[in-house]
Write a protein of this length. Structure first.
Length: 241
């Protein structure tokens, strides 16, 4: 007769195993907790923006609606539907955006640089995107240098490439931490400056400033020519939950 003996776990071993699993839970919790959130975490929340030209005249408006928000082991993932409108309220088109935070780093979808109006012009073409994300770390302070971002978009029709568009964002840094007031309210923001080089038919170099607030996202942005003249701005006008 074979007797099966139940192994006995010594108290010290039980304590070690408990601390080991507790450590895993603690680290996972800290990782998720430290993940910066730059979108509302409620599905159907909507951010409304207004875009102005260099003279401060309203040109277009846009909305970004959270269509999906899910937590992951290392952070979260967000899906957003972005739609743009002309100055009379007519829809110019919709694009789908995505954002995520993983292990304390937030990744911005660079398709935000295109806008629905640009995408509408190429809606009948096949589009392939390479790259297309920029990083924002969990811990930031004025003077921090951030990683650059690159994106390449190929437009094709019938399997044949029609044109390529590239974006290169460089010299990104946290210029300041400051309060920004818009029609949507007052927000504590990270002010991020950068240079952007766009290439399609010709090369265009501009400069940009963005203000990001945790729990909201982009509060305001401004674009400038290479010699420092303002080209336009984008302002958060309201938040709907």
């Amino acid at each position: 007769m074979v007797v099966l003996l139940k192994p006995k776990i010594k108290p010290i071993m039980k304590q070690t195993m408990f601390l080991f699993f507790l450590g895993i839970l603690f680290i996972t919790g800290i990782s998720a907790q430290d993940c910066p959130l730059y979108y509302p975490d409620v599905v159907n929340s909507q951010l409304e923006y207004k875009q102005y030209d260099k003279k401060g005249k309203l040109t277009t408006s846009s909305t970004q609606k959270v269509t999906d928000f899910r937590k992951t082991v290392s952070g979260y993932e967000v899906k957003v539907s972005a739609e743009s409108f002309d100055d009379k309220g007519k829809s110019l088109g919709t694009i789908q955006l995505a954002a995520r935070c993983q292990d304390g780093v937030y990744y911005i979808d660079m398709k935000n640089l295109l806008g629905a109006q640009s995408m509408e012009a190429y809606k009948d073409m096949e589009m392939q995107v390479e790259g297309g994300s920029m990083e924002i770390p969990a811990a930031m302070k004025a003077g921090d240098v951030l990683k650059n971002g690159d994106m390449k978009i190929s437009f094709a029709s019938g399997g044949m490439t029609i044109m390529n568009m590239t974006f290169n964002i460089s010299n990104r840094k946290v210029d300041a931490v400051e309060s920004v007031t818009t029609p949507a309210g007052t927000f504590e923001c990270y002010k991020i400056t950068y240079d952007i080089a766009t290439k399609m038919m010709v090369n265009v170099k501009t400069k940009g400033i963005e203000w990001y607030s945790r729990g909201v996202g982009l509060v305001k942005s401004e674009s400038y020519s290479n010699d420092g003249k303002i080209l336009g701005s984008n302002v958060l006008s309201s938040i709907k939950n």
